[in-house]
Design a protein around this ligand. Structure first.
Ligand SMILES: Cc1cc2nc3c(=O)[nH]c(=O)nc-3n(C[C@H](O)[C@H](O)[C@H](O)COP(=O)(O)OP(=O)(O)OC[C@H]3O[C@@H](n4cnc5c(N)ncnc54)[C@H](O)[C@@H]3O)c2cc1C
Length: 439
């Protein structure tokens, strides 16, 4: 992981500790002589830290183009968002249990009041409702009921909004996490971050998304098309780096699925082209429907996101690229860009596919690597050679210990290649991956 990404993630976690520090400072004369008082302190502490993690997770969900850069790209930023959310859920589940246990020494009626508050106890009920909503909207993320349907997952995840607001109501009504009025100040600032980010994402970001028109649909294989999109207002066209991805929202009501849905796709075009190109493999209902999208369909584009390739990388650095299936798109964009700039690059591309028929863009990749000085292409066919082995990597690219390595493909391939590289002694910091899965 790059230093800036470590720093950005570290900063987020450090921020989560701010309310905790004030909470601990306010404990001052807390009596720790009994188990009850220790449990009470931990009960309140889990509440404070859990709320901080929840609000920071909300803040990271904003998806502001460019904001993902210091984190190493949006997929890495989502990873921090997931960890914060999971941490918040665990801590907030422990919170009422610890508080109930802490009052058990004073008879059974107090714990019962925490666990089953009277109907008019809004302060406690708002906390319970927040927790119940969290359990509902986070359960699919943990795949408790099998791999979730993405659109349903997204609708359920929208419960995060009311959960955050109820958690804040709970905290403000109790108002006893920090000394004096620091409660209001600290949680107010955190709420501004979390709620502001969600409001930006749901309301304000929409206005800035440029509109494009689909002007060509080319079949690349029987289940892959490449769309060409022309900007409706050329002066507003998207500026991006090769290898970036966007969220595309097609607006054709006649599509059998996916109209109005935003899906992430890597741009396969060179940033020097006046239009965008996106290659889409049929992997589910929306990506299947788009295979027969009508020319002239409008699409909203949001982005760019991602930092697969370094922004101002050293042009002399030699690289090994490993692509699998539709994971060829960021590499195709880079090659198209190098060709457009007439630039040389010391790059070896290994393209892993099932068989010849599934080698997308085979002719164009061949032509590009022949035309661009320093680039080499090797196909790996699963039906002939089985899974990629460490020996294959070494034979194909004997100097891989000198190269920065970029992998984009299905998760099993991604993992297998990483395992081989690690076993061959390549440090984690020299391996860069792009995942096409965000959940
Ligand atoms: C960074 C990134 C770059 C990608 N680039 C490409 C590309 O260049 N070409 C290509 O064909 N595919 C690409 N994908 C995959 C593409 O986004 C999914 O195939 C598509 O969204 C599937 O939607 P569906 O409704 O057809 O299928 P579904 O059956 O709804 O989804 C299949 C899987 O795709 C993922 N997915 C679905 N919708 C979304 C969404 N809105 N956001 C995030 N993940 C989602 C989920 O993991 C889900 O399990 C990329 C994905 C990511 C995250």
């Amino acid at each position: 992981m790059k230093l800036s990404a470590r720093l950005a993630r570290g900063l987020v976690w450090a921020l989560a500790l701010v309310p905790l520090v004030f909470f601990l400072a306010g404990l001052g004369a807390h009596d720790f002589s009994s188990i009850s008082s220790v449990l009470n302190m931990f009960g309140r502490l889990t509440g404070v830290l859990g709320l901080a993690l929840l609000l920071l997770a909300a803040a990271l969900s904003a998806r502001v183009p460019g904001f993902d850069q210091p984190f190493g790209g949006l997929t890495k930023l989502w990873h921090s968002h997931h960890l914060l959310g999971a941490g918040a859920l665990l801590l907030l589940m422990a919170h009422p249990i610890l508080l109930a246990l802490s009052s058990a020494a004073f008879g059974y009626h107090l714990p019962l009041k925490v666990l089953f508050p009277p109907l008019d106890d809004i302060a406690t009920w708002s906390g319970w409702l927040a927790l119940i909503l969290m359990m509902i909207f986070l359960a699919p993320s943990f795949s408790f009921f099998g791999p979730p349907n993405y659109e349903r997952w997204k609708r359920i995840h929208a419960l995060a909004g009311p959960a955050v607001i109820l958690a804040l109501v709970h905290t403000f009504l109790f108002s006893r996490t920090m000394p004096a009025n620091l409660d209001v100040l600290i949680w107010g600032l955190f709420a501004l971050l979390g709620v502001g980010a969600v409001a930006w994402r749901l309301v304000f970001s929409r206005a800035g998304r440029p509109k494009y028109t689909i002007s060509a649909v080319e079949a690349v294989a029987n289940n892959v098309v490449e769309l060409t999109l022309e900007p409706k207002r050329p002066e507003k066209r998207l500026q991006y780096q090769a290898g970036n991805f966007v969220y595309m929202t097609p607006l054709d009501k006649q599509l059998s699925a996916g109209c109005g849905e935003e899906h992430p796709y890597t741009l396969s075009s060179s940033p020097t082209e006046p239009h965008l190109r996106i290659a889409i493999k049929d992997l589910g209902d929306a990506s299947r429907a788009i295979q027969s999208v009508r020319l002239g369909t409008e699409a909203r584009i949001e982005g760019p996101y991602g930092r697969f390739f370094p922004v101002n990388g050293d042009p002399k650095q030699s690289e090994l690229w490993v692509a699998g299936g539709i994971g060829i798109t960021p590499f195709l964009a880079r090659l198209r860009h190098l060709k457009a700039l007439d630039q040389a690059a010391d790059v070896h591309l290994i393209y892993a596919v099932q068989d010849e028929a599934r080698a997308l863009y085979a002719d164009e990749l061949q032509a590009l690597t022949e035309a661009i000085e320093g680039t080499k292409l090797t196909f790996h066919y699963f039906y002939r050679e089985g899974p990629i082995s460490a020996e294959f990597l070494l034979q194909t690219c004997p100097d891989l210990d000198q190269r920065e390595i970029y992998i984009c493909g299905p998760l099993p391939l991604n993992k297998l290649v990483q395992d081989h590289l690690r076993a061959l002694g390549r440090p984690r910091s020299s391996i860069h991956t792009e995942e096409f899965e965000l959940l």
